[in-house]
Ligand binder design. Structure first.
Ligand code: IPM
Ligand code: MN
Length: 357
């Protein structure tokens, strides 16, 4: 009997539809060899939802995702919707969806594919073997803190963390560290912010339950520097919402392109899997976007949400093989490329490798 999973699909805006289509192509290819059936349920969010329903996160999507086994998401946003009131912008839809789904733990791996070692602006000898997992708190901090307001002569946001919020994300990071290099660097700005000292104290408390894990603390400005100076010093980076947002973009450049890195947002129930990059409206519809981050996010979905390790491994290996054979999209096309492919071409090549016995 085949296993059957319901996958929520939110394509979103800009390059979202093109890259999600390629991830589905690859999922369908592994489904055949792994005897899995995926039942896709498409839902609206972001600018496309605003255009069709007037709001960035329709009620139907909120109730729909809760009935799925996992949700695959592309990207949202674009200048067309930038002048809307904040709560009606595409980004507000994504933030509300993360909150609704309770996906407080955002895992953002930053790895360097050997085949692309020349694609980064950093020197190969600094990069070889980099393997970092950024654990970003996703449903708290300054993104959600109250009060918040924009007035005529003054505007403010509030960075709030509760004990419960820090405890649960710290536990996730320690559990992950136990399965990796057993080292965590917790990132904060405790020299300036009360909320950061609070964060640090609670992470210390959690650490006492994990004596095998080596915990260090670093200020976020220093981490930004260290990521560029010597990224190999990091195993797991544990941090809050906004620092994690910024540091994961920085870490993505170690790999050579932001178009390569996936993410998994997990927490209370159904998980959300999305590339870390945005909707890139400037290249949308041209067939040149790199779908690897989304395809890799689909692999994370198989592993973390569905427990389909073998299918996930197939996709990871297929991506590596595709890169090793010299197939590239334009963003990484200048580096050891045999052929620069269109979005759908590289998707098909990965799907083909993923489905081989
Ligand atoms: C990300 C994005 C989002 C974030 C935006 C689009 C709201 O930058 O997923 O990193 O800031 O979390
Ligand atoms: Mn971001």
């Amino acid at each position: 009997m085949s296993k059957k999973y319901t996958i929520g699909v939110i394509k979103g805006d800009g390059i979202g539809p093109e890259i999600v289509d390629e991830a589905i192509k690859v999922l369908d290819a592994v489904a055949v060899v792994e005897d899995i059936i995926f039942d896709y349920k498409e839902m609206l969010m972001g600018g496309v939802a605003i255009d069709e329903t007037g709001v960035p996160l329709p009620d139907e999507t909120i109730s729909g995702v809760k009935l799925c086994d996992a949700v695959l998401f592309g990207a949202i946003g674009g200048s067309k919707w930038d002048s809307l009131e904040r709560h009606l912008r595409p980004e507000s839809g994504l933030l509300a969806l993360r909150k609704e789904m309770g996906t407080f733990a955002n895992l953002r791996p930053a790895i360097v594919y050997d085949e692309l070692i020349n694609a980064s602006t950093l020197k190969p000898e600094v990069l070889s073997g980099v393997d970092i997992m950024v654990v970003r708190e996703l449903t708290g901090g300054i993104y959600f803190g109250q009060p918040r307001e924009q007035l005529k002569d003054r505007a403010y946001n509030t960075m709030v963390y509760t004990r419960e919020e820090v405890l649960r994300i710290a536990k996730v990071a320690f559990e992950i560290a136990m399965k990796r290099g057993k080292r965590i660097c917790s990132v904060d700005k405790a020299n300036v912010l009360e909320v950061s000292q609070f964060w640090r104290d609670i992470v210390e408390e959690v650490a006492s339950d994990y004596p095998e894990v080596e915990l260090s603390h670093m200020y976020v400005d220093n981490v930004a520097m260290q990521l560029i100076r010597d990224p190999r010093q990091f195993d797991v980076i544990l941090t809050g919402n906004i620092f994690g947002d910024i540091l994961s973009d920085a870490a993505s450049m170690l790999s050579g392109s932001i178009g390569l890195l996936p993410s998994a947002s997990t927490g209370k129930g159904v998980g959300l899997f999305e590339p870390i990059h945005g909707s890139a409206p400037d290249i949308a519809g041209q067939g040149i976007a790199n779908p690897i981050a989304t395809i890799s996010s689909a692999a994370m979905m198989l592993k973390y949400a569905l427990g389909e390790e073998s299918a996930a491994g197939r996709i990871d290996n297929a991506i590596k093989q595709t890169l090793a054979e010299g197939y590239r999209t334009g963003d990484i096309g200048a580096y050891d490329a045999r052929e620069v492919c269109a979005t759908d071409e590289i998707g098909s090549i990965i799907a083909d490798y993923a489905s081989r016995e």
